[in-house]
Design a binder for this molecule. Structure first.
Ligand code: ZN
Length: 73
């Protein structure tokens, strides 16, 4: 994987040898370190701004709304 390579909104800046991760610049101006496998698999395509504005990151771990509401009654 080379510097300048693009993955979605991310462009590889350099490899962080200590962590085995890649330092990437995002189109939004943000910077993020990403695990190599996540870049290759297409798992990570942005610094997180892509998902911002939608449901929070933790929403997937919580039970669905209908479930929590039915438990309250
Ligand atoms: Zn971004």
């Amino acid at each position: 994987m080379d510097a300048g390579q693009r993955f979605g909104r991310l462009v590889v800046i350099k490899e962080s040898v200590e962590t085995g991760k890649f330092v990437c610049a995002c189109d939004c101006g943000g910077q993020v370190t990403v695990v190599k496998g996540h870049l290759k698999s297409g798992n990570t395509k942005s610094c997180g701004c892509f998902r911002r504005g939608r449901a929070s990151r933790d929403s997937r771990k919580k039970p669905p709304k209908w479930y929590t509401e039915s438990m309250r009654k």
